[in-house]
Design a protein around this ligand. Structure first.
Ligand code: CA
Length: 234
């Protein structure tokens, strides 16, 4: 049976593109343009995932998400038009699972959808944090499998996020400049910009925060760079 996905988005061009791409990937997308309609549809319980625009005509996507989280825990992926909104998503405890910044490629959105659904299917019914082994180690790097655990929970990282975090973890407390991180992490990348490091730091922070928001583990040193705090003296 095809997986139903709800798209809550008021811009027809964006919704049409998403519908087309999701259908071509074998999903069953349905679409509404208002937040209130979206909430009503979600209450039916038939959707495996929701893609949610932030700027909706009747209410903000933030409010839709907050309300939806009172009755469902399906993955929610935000569509954001402005970088400032990302801070908002990260800052508020909305329970969003991911976000994509407009303009985006439909392929990218589908890739996110697939990842989220796979994670949902694989996740145990109890919270992962509770089943994690009691460990003194805040971060566990498994270089062989290219994965990192935080508070015992496996992080879902892109390749560059992984390399960035792994580099910072080599020497906790040490400040790495942007240039150094560019050299170390993006040495093979063809397409980078001044914002590359900062953007990845931002998504890393978000992913750590989703697991544990006691403390920001990535420290910004103005004009100097970034370091990581693992709770131990370096
Ligand atoms: Ca909109």
């Amino acid at each position: 049976m095809p997986t139903s996905i709800l798209i809550i988005e008021d811009e027809p061009a964006i919704a049409d593109t998403l519908i087309y791409t999701l259908k071509s990937e074998g999903y069953l997308p349905q679409h509404c343009t208002l937040g209130s309609q979206g909430l009503e549809a979600l209450r039916s319980g038939q959707y495996a995932l929701a893609i949610l625009d932030i700027g909706l005509p009747d209410m903000s996507g933030f409010d839709v998400c907050r309300e939806a989280r009172t009755f469902t825990d399906i993955p929610i992926i935000f569509l954001t038009a402005r970088a400032g909104e990302i801070d908002h998503i990260v800052g508020l405890e909305l329970g969003a699972d991911d976000y994509v910044t407009k303009p985006f490629s439909p392929r990218e959105v589908v890739a996110r959808v697939r990842t989220r659904l796979r994670r949902t299917a694989a996740a145990p019914t109890s919270p992962t944090a509770a089943s994690a082994p009691a460990s003194e180690t805040l971060f566990e790097v498994d270089a062989e499998s290219g994965r990192i655990r935080f508070h015992g929970t496996l992080l879902d990282l892109t390749r560059y996020e992984y390399l960035l975090l792994k580099t910072l973890l080599e020497r906790p407390g040490r400040i790495y400049s942007r240039d150094e991180l560019m050299d170390r992490v993006w040495s093979d990348a063809l397409d980078t910009s001044d914002r590359t490091v900062d953007t990845h730091i931002k998504t890393l922070r978000y992913k750590l925060k989703v697991i544990n928001e006691d403390k920001d583990r990535i420290i910004t040193h103005r004009g100097m760079g970034y370091s990581i705090d693992t709770g131990k003296p370096s």
